[in-house]
Design a protein around this ligand. Structure first.
Ligand SMILES: *Cc1c(COP(=O)(O)O)cnc(C)c1O
Length: 423
């Protein structure tokens, strides 16, 4: 499917019906598969392709996995029940107790917690670094047991953009892989494999699903990582739990993604539901159209906010004055998502007033779907913290996170204006 442009792949990749079959990829809502003879099932256990149980594979998953692999330009993909599950599997596929990770400290909060607390409890240590860390400093953080450098293309919610090529260079010079969470950018705005990233993870719950209807995640394998650096014995030595296969020898370029499926998905079972995957596929069909509108609307909303006297600051990488504007031009030239954060005069109380006064934009603990939404972290997700603690955590009391939808931009701006007029 790579012969087509990305817009065509959003709509068509992954599914080629034969004459008389359903035009739309059907939902295989079945945990199990029918076989005529025992011999046919035995072959599956000898690693012949086919389905045995939905935890290990499903025809609906296969369609969407092929589509997302085509969108990112990878050799294969694995769908999971959530973005958190995708990150968990992507990391555990190469890390175990005693290993070390380097990650951005501005990653999605759920990832910071997963790496910094839960994985730490399991004996996997993470060093958190600034998005704009220098090359030299990054080299100094590498240890003999470092297995992964973990970045986000466009961080949620800080909207910081790392110099992907610099992180990749330092990692590869040391025989280490790079995992990149591409949730906010989506492959429409950035394809991290083109900059040397080895594995991509997604929370498909955001722009990919796009309608806030189904939670999901995905891991995509570039097929380009060199596993023979001595750091990844799990891929290069026999797996006793799976017939003694050696993934690099038996599966070549697909070693990583096959291992994630047949070993970790088998054991941890973070499987999505076929119905959710069907809904994700509908979202993907319009991904390229939606994210372009999200970004156009967000840029106009950010420009409006910047010019409004009640607004003290606006964080949107698409604005020329933004700290990450140069990185945005390099890595995200077509757009920097629909998410903006901004501060208002009058601190916490004023921010709450603005949030409560909005009519079109609704209050939700979610971003990146078709409907414009807002959240005031200081009075919701982080309400237990004092003003000083909020500042230490980088969450300013007056900060509002605004996720610009695909409604008419004049209506979105009019709504912002009337709400700001209340303070
Ligand atoms: C939401 C999000 C996640 C977590 O995904 P879930 O589907 O909610 O589990 C991970 N990374 C980023 C960047 C996200 O925005």
């Amino acid at each position: 499917m790579e012969e087509y442009n990305i817009e065509t792949n959003c709509v068509q990749a992954g599914y080629n019906p034969k004459s008389g079959e359903p035009r739309v990829a059907p939902i295989a809502q079945s945990t199990t598969y029918y076989y005529e003879k025992g011999e046919d099932v035995a072959k599956l256990f000898d690693l012949e392709p086919g389905y045995m149980y939905t935890r290990l594979g499903n025809p609906t998953f296969d369609v969407v996995q092929r589509k997302i692999a085509a969108l990112e330009g990878g050799v294969g993909a694995l769908l999971t029940s959530s973005g958190q599950a995708a990150i968990t599997l992507a990391v555990l596929n190469v890390c175990s107790a005693g290993d070390h990770i380097i990650a951005l400290n501005s990653l999605y909060g759920g990832s910071v917690n997963l790496l910094g607390v839960t994985f730490k409890r399991m004996g996997i240590d993470t060093t958190f670094v600034d998005t704009d860390i220098s090359e030299e400093e990054l080299r100094n953080r590498i240890q003999d047991n470092t297995k992964v450098i973990f970045i986000e293309t466009l961080t949620n919610p800080g909207l910081e953009i790392p110099d992907i090529e610099m992180f990749v260079k330092v990692a590869h010079d040391n025989g280490i892989m790079v995992i990149c969470d591409n949730t906010f950018a989506t492959p429409i705005f950035c394809r991290p494999f083109e900059y040397g990233v080895d594995v991509i993870v997604h929370s498909t719950s955001k722009y990919m699903d796009g309608h806030a209807v189904s939670l999901g995640g995905c891991i995509v394998d570039s097929g380009n990582c060199n596993w023979e650096t001595g750091r990844y014995p799990g891929l290069t030595t026999p797996d006793e739990s799976y017939h003694g296969v050696t993934y690099t020898k038996d599966f070549g370029k697909s070693a990583y993604i096959v291992k994630a499926n047949v070993q970790l998905m088998r054991d941890l079972g973070s499987t999505p539901s076929p119905l959710n995957v069907f809904l994700l596929n509908l979202g993907l069909e319009s991904l390229h159209v939606r994210v372009e509108r999200h970004a156009q609307n967000a840029l106009k909303a950010a420009q409006f906010l910047e010019a409004n006297e009640k607004v003290t600051w606006v964080n949107y990488p698409g604005l020329p004055g933004n700290k990450y504007h140069a990185m945005a031009k390099k890595y995200l030239p077509k757009g920097t998502s629909g998410v903006i954060s901004f501060g208002v005069k009058g601190g916490k109380e004023a921010a709450m007033k603005v949030m409560d006064s909005l009519k079109l934009a609704s209050i939700v603990v979610h971003v990146a779907d078709a409907r414009t939404s807002i959240l005031h972290p200081a009075s919701t997700t982080h309400r237990q913290l004092t003003d000083q603690q909020l500042k230490d955590a980088g969450i300013l009391p007056e900060l509002l996170r605004f996720s610009v939808g695909i409604e008419n931009i004049d209506d979105i701006i009019a709504d912002l204006k009337q709400a700001l007029d209340q303070i």
